[in-house]
Design a protein around this ligand. Structure first.
Ligand code: ADE
Ligand code: ZN
Length: 336
């Protein structure tokens, strides 16, 4: 069996997935029609042609337009369910999903409908697809911290459905330190903490995420490699980096997939693993991301096995759940 097939068939976890970034154009158009919302595109083909980005902001502008057709609880259910059935085909057995409540509540959508629809699909996926999950609420960093604090307030009655908080959207000019207060509140409430850092932003933003937000995991982290002291700190503490190769390619974080730093990350002792980020916008789900780096970098079997193992090690599953998942993976690898 070749390595791409080995990775594709392996049980795995996905830890960096924006549910609004899994919105396939076909579903987007169907929902626009049923909700009577106008999209700034005439057809699925026109949308796909617009998916040509030269940086994060160009992508985000289209991403926020796309999510504007999501209005009701059933919309959030359908969006999440479509991702989960797709993930099941990639043998994802555990997923940790981001959502951007501010992208919806600022349009008048009810917080309860956003979190309700997503959670209902996650519960059905556990029952019907055998996929376990965590739900991570992201704050939009281009907005003021006061807005994040208001969203944190709205989330209080739903905290039993929310496992963690994260930080996403436009990175440059919006350092993690801007969100110290709201992250401190989430930490006090016992939630897991993650932040996008070092995707486009400098190593200083990764330091701030560690030292000022006290995060448990870094999303992306590519630019951490520019700072040897930082690499040593991340490696020494076993900090997981949720890396997204096709996203990095589409957003021009790397010029070519053959230049992707995932091997360098592993060689530096970093706990890096593979994800799809916004699969419908970046041209592939998690197995496509494995395939891209396996082919692009000629990864070894050992490297692929490490990436698969790291997907569970870096998750927010508890110790015994991690052991069960890792055992399942090891059994698969032994017979393959
Ligand atoms: N929101 C959705 N995808 C994102 C990404 N790759 N970086 C920052 N914010 C995002
Ligand atoms: Zn992301």
């Amino acid at each position: 069996m070749n390595l791409t097939t080995l990775a594709a068939k392996a049980p795995k976890a996905e830890l960096h997935l924006h549910i609004e970034g899994s919105f396939e154009p076909e579903l987007m158009f169907a929902m626009a029609k049923r909700n009577d919302v106008k999209l700034p595109f005439a057809s699925v083909e026109e949308v796909c042609a617009a998916y040509d980005f030269s940086n994060l902001q160009e992508f985000l502008d289209i991403y926020y337009q796309g999510m504007s057709v999501l209005l009701y609880e059933q919309d959030f259910y359908d969006l999440t369910w479509e991702y989960l059935t797709r993930a099941a085909k990639d043998n994802v057995i555990h997923t940790e999903i981001f959502f951007d409540p501010q992208g919806h509540t600022e349009r008048g959508v009810k917080f309860a409908d956003v979190v309700g629809g997503i959670s209902r699909a996650l519960a059905d996926a556990k029952q019907q697809l055998g996929i376990s999950s965590k739900l991570i609420m992201c704050f939009l960093r281009h907005l003021p911290e006061e807005d994040a604090l208001a969203t944190w307030g709205e989330a209080q009655e739903f905290l039993s459905l929310i496992d963690g908080v994260g930080l996403d959207s436009s990175e440059l000019g919006h350092p993690p330190s801007k969100f110290k207060k709201v992250f401190a509140l989430a930490k006090d409430a016992g939630l897991h903490l993650v932040a996008h850092a070092g995707e486009e932003g400098p190593p200083e933003y990764v330091w701030q995420a560690l030292d000022e937000l006290h995060i448990d995991r870094i999303d992306h982290g590519n630019r951490a490699l520019e700072d040897q002291k930082l690499v040593e700190k991340l490696a020494g503490s076993g900090m997981c980096l949720t890396v997204c190769p096709l996203s990095n390619l589409k957003l021009c974080v790397v010029g070519d997939i053959t230049e992707h730093p995932i091997r360098k990350m592993l060689q530096s002792g970093l706990l890096a693993m593979i994800n799809s980020d916004d699969p419908s916008y970046f041209g592939g789900y998690v197995n496509d991301n494995y395939q891209a780096v396996i082919k692009g970098l000629g990864l070894s079997r050992e490297e692929v096995e490490t990436l698969l193992r790291n997907s569970f090690i870096g998750s927010f599953l508890d110790k015994s759940e991690k052991a069960v998942a890792l055992d399942k993976l090891d059994q698969y690898l032994e017979k393959t």
